[in-house]
Design a protein around this ligand. Sequence first.
Ligand code: SIN
Length: 335
Amino acid sequence: MKPTLAALSLAAITAASTLVTGTASAADDPIVIKFSHVVAENTPKGQMALKLQELVEERMGDRVVVEVYPNSQLFGDDKVLEAMQLGDVQLAAPALSKFGRYTKKLALFDLPFLFEDLDAVDRFQQSEAGQELLTSMEKKGLIGLGYLHSGLKQFSSNEPLRVPEDAAGMKFRIMSSEVLEAQFKAVDATPLKKPFSEVFTLLQTKAIDGQESPWSNTYTKKFFEVQPYITESNHGLLDYMVVTSAEFWNGLPDDLRAELKAAIDEAVTYGNQVARDKDLDYRQKIVDSGRTEIITLTPEERAQWLQAMKPVWEEFEDEIGAELIDAAYASNRGN
Ligand code: SIN
């Protein structure tokens, strides 16, 4: 029987996708790993991805090639996990706020004022409870390979924000997280879920009044150029999970998987070091630009934000789990 046109084009599509996905087209061809992310190359995540590419080339270049696609070139965070499940991308490191469709547990990391600093975040992420979260999406076909830091977030806006009442009525861009939505509603602001790639234009055109990001994203994506005020609030965390698809990962030969995991661990350690070492550099570059005023909160003012936003913890306690919240909070030194 002659193959139909539809069957022929399906075969052509399958052959083409075999060439570009994690599966090698012939036994000797290297496996291509596409690493898609949304931030600039000179950020902790951008640097981690490039370090991984370098390590893989050095150590297993004849067997594996990592292709890095920064700045939402390949996929935005709204599409990347679906693309991963379809085998169109093999590695990504979306913000922990962007896994809501796959697990409610990771919303933990969005709770405002949960972690005092990155040391506390590390202690929790390396604990048994933190490590268990890496496998919380396995049934959905996603495996977490490690946590990566970006940093603590600051608010930026068109008007000075000192106390929660200042945010009332303002529109803030948020990542796709229900906790972040509740966080802004708690101060009578309007949260809008928008892709990262659209934030600069939304701010520039004043379609929104403000946003929240760590210094690295505010600097590298130039948000500070279109936001006259940044409030040094350190009110929340932007961290990532390096993820892959279970199908791809489990399909790798055992020795290669182990070598790749070691390279990923090393690249993550490097990225985390960049996050720590460069945080204040990004801040300083923003100060030096003279484009925006950085507002430092008094302890009393910061306490008001905490008081206004803390009820969000209770709102999500059932979904996230009280024990998990307690364990994360206990990772702060004073507890
Ligand atoms: C990222 O750092 O990957 C993007 C964070 C955001 O969407 O704000």
